[in-house]
Structure formats: C-alpha cells, structure tokens
Ligand binder design. Sequence first.
Ligand code: GDP
Ligand code: MN
Length: 396
Amino acid sequence: MNLHEYQGKQILNSFGVEIQRGLVAQTAEEAVEAAKKLTEETGTGWHVIKAQVHAGGRGKGGGVKLAKSLDEVKEIAGDIIGMNLITPQTSAEGKKVHQVLIAEDVYYPGDSEPEEYYMSVLLNRANGKNMIMYSTEGGMDIETVAEETPHLIFTEEIDPAADLLPFQARRIAFNLGLSGTAFKGMVKFVNALYTAYIKSDASLFEINPVLKTSDARVIAVDAKVTLDDNALYRHKDYAEMRDIREENPVEVEAKAVGLNYVDLDGNVGCMVNGAGLAMATMDLIKQAGGEPANFLDVGGTADAERVETAFNLILKDPNVKAILVNIFGGIVRCDRVAQGIVDAYKNMGNIEVPIIVRLQGTNADIAKELIDNSGLDVQSAIEFQEAADKVQAVLA
Ligand code: GDP
Ligand code: MN
C-alpha cells in the first residue's frame, strides 16, 4: 500500500525523524487557516504548498509551490486543489488532486547553501537484505543519477542478525561529506529512518530530498512510503491511511471480492487460476500477437458467480477485444467451471467480445462438449497451442 507524503511523514516523525511542520487542507480556505496556524507555531511566513497524490515528480508538474504571503497561499492552494497533476510518473491524463500539504518553508530565505541528499531504505531481493541507498545528488530523480553519475550512489547493506550498526550510520554521514553538528544529525536521521522502516513493516522509504539547512538541521522534505500489505493487520492505524481514490477502481473492486486483478494496457482479457498459469497465459497471448489487458487469478473456486464477477471486471476495460479463459481443473473439475462459464454468459447476456475457453485437467472432454453444445459464441480448446491459434484468429 502506498501512502501520501503527509502520511509517510507522520510515520517518520513518530520514530524521531525530523520533518517540516505541516498541515493538510482540502480547500483554499483551509489552506489559509493552516498557514496562519503554522506561522504562529514556527514564526515563518513562507510556506510550501504540495499536491498530495500517489506519484513522484510533483515539483516538475507544478504540484509543489512556494507561497510568500497568505494571499499567495490562497491562490496557489486554490490552483492546485482540483487540478489534474501530470508528472513524469503519472499517466498522460494525470492525477486529480484532492488535498494539499501546507508546510513551513525550511529552505530559509537567503540560505546560501541548502544541501539536498537522496536516501532510501528498501529490500535487496537478490540477497534478502535491507539496504540504505543514498547519494549526494538529492532533489533529482535517482534514475537519472544512476545513469549519468552512478559513482555518486552509495549503498549500505544491513545484516538482519546484526541490525544497522553504529559504524554504518557514521559511514553514511561521512560519505555525504558531513562534519560536526550535521554529521551527528545525519547519524540520528539514518537510525530513526531505519527504525521507522523496520517497525512499520515497510517495503520502501524514499526520502528525496533529505535537506541539510545552513544551521545544520537534517530534515525529511519529501517521503515516498510503501507498506507491506501482508503486515497491515499489525498496523490498524496505518491500514486506515489507505486512500482508494488513488488506486485503480477496478483493482479496488476486485480486491473487495477477493480476486487477484492487476490492470494492464493490452487488448486480451484473461481469466486464469493460479499465478504461474497466469504468467504462462500472458506469454501465450503475446505469442498469438496480442497483449494481455489484465492479470486475473480467480483462484481455486471457479463457480458461476465468481466467473461472472471476473467477466464483469474484465469487460470494464474498453480495450478488451477478446477474452481468454485458461483454467486447469485440478482441485476444481473442468465441467463445473464450464457450467459456470455457460451460466455466467447466459446470465450476463450482453457479452460482445469473443471468448476462448481452454480447460485442461479433470473432465476436460466433458467440459469441452458442454461449451460446444451451449449454442453460445464461445470457442473451446483443450491444448495450449489450440487456444493460442484461436486467440490469433479472433485478433486477425
Ligand atoms: P516531488 O517533486 O514529488 O519529488 O516533491 P518534493 O517534495 O521532492 O519537492 C520537489 C522540490 O521542491 C524539492 O526538490 C525542493 O527543491 C523543492 N521544495 C520542497 N519543499 C520545499 C520547501 O519547503 N521550500 C523550498 N524553497 N523548496 C522546497
Ligand atoms: Mn521528491
């Protein structure tokens, strides 16, 4: 589950990572009230206004702006709230902004030397160890740094048995070129960041930029946080941070009924049981000259109701030109699945795209007969290649 910046910062702060003081606003008026409150607390009259959407690169898209007065807060917040923010990380349509974060400007006006660093904590899947990735080149996107100046990216791997050791945090501060108060501040920052990552069961914490102010404070200015869904049961308060407005609506609907659905860009919808078979089926679709429109694993029970729900989800995608059902009847019998497909098809009554059904396993031949005799516009197959040929034919 991805979080908004302001939510990620709340978590960071609860583990002792320093952040800018900020408040969330849904309207321009709320933004002005928030700015007044912040000025009372911090004394600064300058505020940064930041679109809260699940996408990075907001600054480039005009979603991060500085306001030097309350009038500017009102104007900028009014512009950003409700806009479709397009960034290098969103689709061409962009993402609708429902709320903004108003925060104190920690890049002090007149500060000649604010330093920006990059830091993230994530799992290195190649060796199963967490690592801290960091760079002196903060504020730019890390992919560009990796491409152009890879020697400026450092990593620190953490042994799960030993945890983050003091010398490692010091090495990070040293490699970032810090000394004195800023060095100590960075060591504290790294320790708190890593603790937050572990304790919140996160899979990613990306802080870009980490800011060092001229008075040597080390502050998380941005926060991209991904939490492990499988651990959310341990964090009821984090689970409530979910913002389904940011998620794909069809995926949200599928999740609610317990189906594993991932939306993709192609033209052939697929309904499969088992993730491995789903992968193979997507390969099959590509070989047949199509592109998978989705990943959908219906799991062990492929009865009429479930099949109908799955068809409905797939058909919500206007790009779908054909549907391939590829189910292995191991635990579930093929004839039961076939009956489910026939019942669902009749029940829905308005399916306009061709459907190819490949059922293999227990009672596969009975299943094929059932489909062939149904009188419906459904093509059946038993062999993998047969199914591929039929997909190719309907796409041609
Ligand atoms: P992103 O574009 O989505 O990654 O959003 P960030 O939170 O990283 O902000 C983008 C850029 O805006 C940062 O790299 C900073 O240079 C700038 N920025 C962010 N917060 C402040 C702030 O409080 N004051 C000033 N002056 N600039 C800021
Ligand atoms: Mn950023």
